[in-house]
Write a protein that binds this ligand. Structure first.
Ligand code: CXF
Ligand code: ZN
Length: 373
């Protein structure tokens, strides 16, 4: 069994780079050498949940986990029967692969909700790892184990991209870009000329902003408590700015759009900010929850008499095989910005510093370079 380095999470601080073992790719799987992995807020949620023993229902926390799900790399080896990619192909990894037509959701054109009937051991959503240490399995967080030199994934998660695209940048298309741009284009399907608001200018929020620009929104109102993040939003296409620590953001945003915000996107993951998104949209308007919300969301029932809508968006309602190569092309054509999301690059052994930066709100995204390619 090949050995590699990976940043391993255990219940005590800090994460540590350790040697672990990886299985050879089985039928339908590929081994990917990881060039770059973005550090996402969901990884931090995972760390907190892991330490508080509050992982999603049904997941039993093992002793250790490897996080990281915003990955680009090069296919090194393929298992029996693989046809989608070949060794040497450049890939962006989709963290929630779909079965491609064997479940209710894929048959009905909603592959981002795939139930993975072909993955009975739930190998790629973290429960059944392909990585171990001294024979003891290590959980793979969201399923990709991107904070490692290599990962093993099903071929349908390894999305082949053009090989002139810089892996060190397009890794962000594995999560933040797809989630944010997709929320606007695929989930909300906003009409051009819409007035929209976005709450939270992290990696996902900035991508919602640029998705709205791409879709031809008129007013794009960026909302955050930090001025440095609002400055970044201007670069991504926001037209108006609300510092939520100075007065009521609902009132301010509504004032900017004369009371008629068509769509408000929540990209933080708090019940209170979801409520703000719902309150600020006009009658008939839509609040889109993009953040990962662990709490209940309470909204006034009477608003539904005015046809207000509250909807969810998961992974940008994306179809990996269609949307990832498309987003790479949009980036290569200069139509979406990705380099500007990356505030810092670090080697794998600086992973704790990357999380420290995230906590103080200093970076939109840090990118780790686990294998030196
Ligand atoms: C998350 C969404 C909830 C499951 C884990 C991944 N998305 C992006 O970070
Ligand atoms: Zn993510």
């Amino acid at each position: 069994m090949p050995e590699m380095n990976a940043a391993v999470l255990r219940s005590a601080d800090p994460l540590a780079v350790e040697s672990v073992e990886l299985t050879e790719p089985r039928a339908g799987e590929v081994l990917i050498k990881i060039a770059a992995c973005g550090v996402c807020h969901s990884d931090l949620h995972w760390i907190n949940n892991f330490r508080n023993n509050s992982l999603p229902a049904g997941i039993v926390a093992p002793k250790a986990a490897i996080l990281g799900h915003e990955v680009a790399g090069i296919v090194e080896e393929i298992g029996p029967g693989v046809t989608a990619v070949a060794p040497g192909d450049h890939v962006v990894v989709g963290f929630r692969p779909n079965c491609g037509g064997n479940c209710f959701y894929c048959i009905n054109g909603t592959p981002w909700l795939c139930e993975r009937p072909d993955d009975p051991d739930r190998a790629y959503t973290g429960e059944q790892p392909r990585i171990s240490q001294d024979g003891v399995p290590i959980m793979q967080g969201v399923g990709v184990a991107g904070f490692s030199e290599y990962t093993v994934m099903p071929e349908r998660a390894a999305i082949k991209i053009r090989n002139d695209a810089p892996l060190e940048t397009v890794c962000l298309i594995g999560c933040a870009v797809t989630t944010g741009v997709g929320a606007v284009i695929n989930t909300a399907k906003i009409q051009s000329g819409s007035d929209i608001a976005v709450i939270g200018m992290g990696g996902v929020g900035l991508n919602i902003v640029q998705g709205a620009r791409l879709a031809g929104a008129r007013k794009i109102i960026a909302i955050d408590t930090m001025d440095n993040k609002l400055d970044m939003a201007a670069n991504f296409g926001a037209t108006h700015f609300v510092n939520a620590s100075e007065g009521d953001p609902v009132e301010k945003a509504r004032g900017i759009a004369n009371g008629y915000i068509d769509y408000a996107f929540e990209a933080i993951g708090l019940g209170a900010t979801c409520r703000q998104a719902f309150d600020m949209v006009r009658d008939g308007g839509t609040a889109v929850v993009v953040g990962v919300v662990g709490q209940d969301i309470t909204v006034p029932g009477r608003a539904f008499l005015r046809e207000k809508k509250l909807i969810g968006s998961f992974y940008g309602s994306n179809s990996l095989q269609r949307d990832i190569p498309k987003l790479v092309d949009l980036y290569m054509d200069g139509k979406i910005m990705v380099d500007e999301l990356i505030s810092k690059r670090r080697p794998l052994n600086e992973i704790n510093e990357a999380f420290d930066d995230m906590l103080v709100g200093e970076v939109a995204r840090s990118v780790l370079h686990p294998s030196g390619i």
